[in-house]
Design a protein around this ligand. Structure first.
Ligand code: NAP
Length: 489
């Protein structure tokens, strides 16, 4: 990620060679030596690392091999050919116990394998080379890389709520802003350690809130959670804010505030396909692309298999809505899906609706706590144009009842063993058509709010929500080829 931002900052004035893992592996000493002898660089930016912080905890040997030993190999080869080395290190070399931002001369004390391996790299650089820079940065985000901003935007596409850690503080840093500073280090001779991060600081929770707000997705609720609740494998410092003392004292000056970097990334990240922001309105998705000239239909594609139950997507050559169900007893209904009129008792005080009645037949027949089954009742509100997650369950049956607005409900049978496998149903339900639906496991479902009013949906499930029971498919999956556009038919 950082390498992609750095290369264009260097190219105009210098002869630059960018190398990556495919060119050589830094943990292989002979390979590094050979490459450096062939290329004979004057200045080396060493950004390569095993950066998966939780992965390092699972594979400590690999972390040490790449981040510590690999850096030793790079530093040794730089010493041999007389090159200056700039090594990018991390805020995770600190334990996070200080109550002020960390300065360059504060004592590192990493608490994770990743932090230890990166500190190992720093120690090799210091002991092998006089002419070196160690640049510690933090919380990087930018185009072409797995990063927090892109992850939050991706999750927000199909969730109403995100849980984000609020007890870790740091400084988000836009790779483009850091890269511009790194490029300037070529002209500096005051070697040693530099802290370089976006100005200001925040918690991951505040960072997520800013991402959603600037990204036009603040309908998604962010719930603060503790580090312990997050269940991440690697320990992380509670405070890893870095004071950029040397940078500010030098004529290079501070990096822009992290919120400026964020605004810039949200513009730029879209062009490189890191994420798609709502084109207009809250959470509105682009229309499905036109599909022309499709002549062959590929075979069914397995999406998940559990305990011998296979869920598959049967590709559809032409975009469409499948069978539009306008009668609750329509024979085209996907097997196991049931539709019933919503029982309503309107009176002059307002509307009362019943999702099901204990012990009575119908779509709620086995949603009966007297039988020992667990029932969770929830509701959700969505806005015009929003497509709500297309998901499916292995265990859970859903009962849906729209109370207001108008819904284009999408249903697709993924069960390979079902006689209606691959069938698409579209059902328009809502205030003008008060129907309730029973959706069995293995039937993917989602909806779009049509018209101009928001929509409210009440739903009951026969178990407590468990993300492990849920799988998702993209709203514009080319295999399903579903047409979300509501046209008069
Ligand atoms: N991301 C952050 O929040 C953060 C914060 C502070 C400091 N840093 C440091 O900043 C630097 C750049 O981070 P980034 O986020 O841009 O990382 P990144 O996107 O993961 O890039 C690291 C690069 O190193 C390559 N690499 C991994 N193992 C290698 C090996 N054995 N030999 C040669 N190349 C190897 C990776 O190749 P593959 O993609 O093929 O694996 C990848 O291209 C790293 O040194 C990191 O420790 C990052």
């Amino acid at each position: 990620m950082l390498g992609t931002a750095l290369l264009p900052c260097l190219k105009s004035e210098l002869e630059v060679v960018g190398v990556d893992l495919k060119d050589f592996d830094i943990s292989q000493e002979a390979a590094v030596q050979k490459a450096f002898r062939d290329l004979r660089p004057d200045f080396v930016f060493h950004l390569a690392a095993y950066t998966d912080v939780d992965g390092c905890e699972a594979k400590p040997e690999m972390a040490m091999q790449v981040n510590a030993q690999g850096t030793r190999n790079v530093a040794k080869s730089c010493a041999e050919i007389g090159a200056v080395l700039l090594y990018v290190s991390t805020d995770y070399v600190f334990d996070g116990s200080l109550e002020r931002p960390y300065r360059e001369d504060d004592r590192p004390n990493p608490i994770s394998i990743y932090g230890k391996s990166k500190l190992g790299g720093e120690q090799h650089v210091r002991s092998l080379l006089a002419r070196h820079f160690i640049v510690r940065s933090s919380w990087l985000y930018g185009p072409r890389g797995k990063n927090f901003v892109a992850t939050i935007l991706k999750l927000a596409q199909d969730r109403d709520e995100l849980r984000v850690v609020s007890d870790q503080r740091g400084s988000p840093t836009y790779t483009q802003h850091l890269a511009l500073k790194l490029a300037k280090m070529l002209r500096i001779h005051a070697y040693g350690i530099y802290h370089m991060t976006g100005a200001g600081s925040c918690s991951w929770f505040e960072f997520a809130q800013a991402v959603l707000k600037l990204g036009g997705l603040d309908r998604v609720r962010v719930v603060p959670i503790s580090t312990q609740e997050s269940g991440r494998r690697a320990p992380r410092p509670a405070n890893s804010v870095l004071e950029n003392c040397r940078l500010i004292k030098s004529h290079l000056g501070a990096l822009p505030h992290w919120t400026e970097g964020l605004a810039q990334y949200l513009k730029e990240g879209q062009h490189v396909g890191d994420f798609v922001l709502p084109s207009s309105g809250l959470g509105e998705k682009p229309l499905p692309r036109e599909v022309t000239g499709v002549t062959t239909v590929p075979p069914p594609q397995l999406v998940e298999e559990r305990r011998g139950v296979r869920l598959v997507i049967v590709p559809h050559a032409q975009p469409g809505c499948g069978d539009i169900i306008s009668d609750p007893r329509a024979p085209q209904l996907i097997q196991g899906v049931e539709v019933e009129p919503l029982t309503q008792f309107p009176d002059d005080r307002g509307l009362f609706a019943e999702l099901f009645r204990f012990g009575e037949p119908g779509i709620g027949r086995d949603f009966d706590s007297a039988n020992g089954s667990r029932i969770q009742v929830s509701f959700t509100i969505s806005y015009p144009g929003v497509i709500k997650a297309i998901h499916y369950h292995f265990e859970q049956t859903d009962l849906w009842a729209p109370l207001s607005g108008m819904f284009q409900v999408f249903l697709c049978d993924l069960r390979e063993s079902s006689p209606t496998c691959g069938r698409l149903n579209t059902i328009f339900v809502g205030a003008q058509r008060p129907w309730k639906l029973r959706i069995p496991p293995g039937v993917a479902h989602g909806y779009k709010i049509v018209g101009t009013n928001s929509g409210m949906l009440v739903y009951a499930t026969n178990r407590t929500y468990n993300p492990k029971d849920e799988g998702r498919i993209p709203f514009d999956d080319p295999g399903i080829n579903y047409d979300w556009v509501t046209r008069p038919k």
